[in-house]
Design a protein around this ligand. Structure first.
Ligand code: HSE
Length: 404
């Protein structure tokens, strides 16, 4: 018998309790042992819950119970969650989490702590919700040097962009709709400013490239400045606007990692990923391109990934299951500006001025464009080279990378 305690009975924690109970037979078969939900920690009381008798409010009950083998941390954030994770690991319990903020900021230290205490720290649910990506990167693609990871890593922003493209809603209206549907938080900053996608590309990069990549090392741009004009110009050249997290191995071993909205050509499979779905493409030097697609958020998809880790932790109680990467370094990440790409530019300038600053470009058109607005696609150039030309052009402008 393996005993589990869940910390935090929010959307994900309650989903884990539900799936563990509902699929107990299947889960027990896979784990080769029965898995019992012994405790749920929450400051709130849930007298009507089917799990009412298992609630505790004091973490030390779980910490000091030698029968608890696995702690599921679904509190979120990097404060209390960090303290409880450290205490659980030190108490010899494996920890499973969906907490991307904690893993992105402190993953290296927590993995070290787990190893020192002979237990596992697993976080399949921290990236891509229900999509299997951590385990495939770590195991199934282990034979490869990973050359690039590129993905739609945030469901809320993908929903907002989809509604702007499909229904012609403004960013503000689409955000409101996402909040009404329960996708976006009341404070949507982490999603719409790209911080959530940044944490996820940090975790994938750390795992794939072998050293801790911190969120502060990753240039991050959200979707708040995208307008319906940009959506229309993108459509005019067969593209969709998508918020992408990218990590690219450069010659010399440095990594280029960043989060930004891109124009994605219609034939690229990422262009067809809509609503709250996520998709991640991985390029390995042996396997080539692999793509992972599915529900990147939500109660039961995320619980599905958490419970898979519970099963893995249960099966590895004797031979431990370690994920591993090395410490971070200040020079581990190269500035994203150095990466050359084509660019989409919308500028307050005439076509002649654009040609004089940029040379030959592909001009774009949209219905209802005001006089003095010119939008165009450039050839491949770095961020600083683009800035230089934009400075020469003068006036207001907005630019996005085009995904090769
Ligand atoms: N806020 C996140 C999203 C939840 O919208 O993708 C899943 O990490």
């Amino acid at each position: 018998m393996v005993n589990v305690a869940i910390l935090g009975y929010g959307v994900v924690g309650s989903g884990v309790a539900e799936v563990l109970t509902e699929n107990a037979n299947q889960i027990g078969r896979k784990a080769e042992e029965d898995i019992r939900l012994k405790y749920i920690l929450d400051v709130r009381a849930f007298p009507d819950s089917p799990f009412a008798s298992r609630f505790v409010q004091d973490f030390s009950v779980i910490e000091n119970d030698p029968d608890v083998d696995i702690v599921v941390e679904t509190i979120g954030g990097a404060k209390v969650a960090k303290e409880f994770t450290e205490r659980a690991l030190k108490a010899g319990k494996s920890v499973v989490t969906s907490n991307k903020e904690l893993v992105a900021e402190h993953g290296y230290d927590l993995l070290q702590l787990a190893e020192a205490n002979g237990v596992s720290y697993l976080f399949e649910a921290s990236v891509g919700g229900g999509i299997p990506i951590i385990r495939p990167l770590n195991q199934c693609l282990a034979a490869n040097e990973i050359e690039e990871i590129c993905g739609i890593l945030n469901g809320t922003t993908n929903y907002i962009l989809t509604r702007m493209i499909r229904a012609g809603l403004t960013f503000e209206a689409a955000l409101k709709e996402a909040q009404q549907n329960g996708y976006a938080e009341q404070d949507p900053t982490a999603d719409i400013e790209g911080h959530d996608a940044c944490r996820k590309i940090c975790i994938l990069s750390s795992l794939a490239f072998g050293r801790h990549i911190y969120p502060k090392q990753v240039d991050t741009q959200g979707i708040t400045k995208i307008t319906l004009a940009d959506v229309a110009y993108a459509e005019s050249c067969g593209c969709k606007i998508k918020l992408l997290g990218r990590a690219i191995r450069l010659e010399g071993g440095q990594l280029c990692a960043y989060v930004a909205p891109h124009l994605v050509h219609g034939e690229n499979p990422l262009a067809g990923v809509e609503d709250v779905f996520n998709a991640i493409t991985v390029k390995g030097n042996a396997v080539g391109d692999v793509m992972f697609y599915g529900r990147g958020a939500g109660k039961r998809p995320t619980a599905s990934a958490v419970v898979a880790d519970v099963v893995d932790a249960a099966k590895h109680r004797k031979t431990k299951k370690y994920l591993h990467w090395g410490p971070g370094a200040e020079d581990a990440v190269a500035p994203a500006g150095g990466l050359e790409s084509g660019w989409y530019v919308r500028a307050e300038a005439g076509a002649e001025a654009v040609r004089s600053a940029f040379g030959e470009v592909s001009l774009l058109a949209r219905a209802g464009a005001p006089g003095g607005e010119t939008a165009f696609l450039t050839g491949a150039m770095s961020g600083p080279a683009l800035e230089e030309k934009l400075a020469k052009l003068g006036g207001a402008h907005f630019a996005l990378r085009v995904l090769d």
